[in-house]
Design a protein around this ligand. Sequence first.
Ligand code: ATP
Ligand code: HSE
Length: 321
Amino acid sequence: MAVFTAVTLDDLTQWMDQFPLGQPLALKGIASGIENSNFFLTTERGEYVLTVFENLGFEQLPFYLQLMRHLAERGIPVPAPVANARGELVAALQGKPAAIVSKLDGSSQMDPQPVHCFEVGTMLARMHLAAHDFPLAQPNLRGLDWWQATAPRVLPFLAPENARLLQDEIAYQSDFAGTDSYAGLARGPVHADLFRNNVMFVGERLSGCFDFYFAGVDTWLFDLAVTVNDWCIDLETGKLDGPRVRALLDAYAAVRPFTRDEASAWQPMLRAAALRFWLSRLYDLHVPRAAEMLTPHDPTHFERILRDRIANPAPGLANHE
Ligand SMILES: Nc1ncnc2c1ncn2[C@@H]1O[C@H](COP(=O)(O)OP(=O)(O)OP(=O)(O)O)[C@@H](O)[C@H]1O
Ligand SMILES: N[C@@H](CCO)C(=O)O
């Protein structure tokens, strides 16, 4: 059960006065998700999602919520945060930061076909372009600095061959981040966690994406690699599926063509994106937080993906300028 903070309809009656949403009518905890307490909230004005943030502070949240507002205003299908009477998107609830956002239609597509990957590629490229003039800046907090700081904390728990893989890959990625080709990559605010469970579909139409709480400024290519490593793989083996990769990349490139630097950085970036989630899953498994109540995600899934991306070249990026 992923509701860490208990909230009842009674708790909300007064709290909701600050929002222009009328009275709360129904509240239902959402079981999935491992980061925050989420509730479907029905008010006199409609359907919303209430999130109580368990790990994020009042300092970081404006970046995520303002980014969602910025994207929603530009027609990207993301939850629109609702401001309170003081114009704030974050308000304290039971001493924790909380926000109300609009509810998206649809459900996750956990068995994606090329048609779904095409939709995801189009939306991701549109999102990158729409976020480009977003004025706030926050680095990707799960980027290279975090990998370098976190690896030593999980190394003692790893078998020797995995410890070697982790150390070698961090060294490889540190070198890669220092190359001219890396420096030439386009950057901006990116989602950085656009997995299957963070996108909604109604039939074959993408109806929205959510969970921006790992968003940060990073290369667009990193975001694309994170997305491909989840949407375009066989879940058993972690191997890329050609038709889905092509669909996602072609759709992305039709909105924003790839550059030469991006084409040459693609293989290392797929490895970087695999490393990022292998490491965070190792960290969640071996260094659990006190409030953790769910079984952490399986790290070996991303270890397999990383080993595969090192051993096998992925389909390349075409259409570069
Ligand atoms: N705006 C929204 N509209 C509709 N459903 C939503 C919305 N936001 C969240 N949900 C639902 O709540 C669930 C949990 O949300 P979310 O993934 O953001 O939680 P989390 O705790 O941050 O999870 P994790 O980081 O593990 O993915 C989603 O799977 C989705 O079903
Ligand atoms: N997408 C992450 C979970 C955090 O959102 C993972 O699969 O490890």
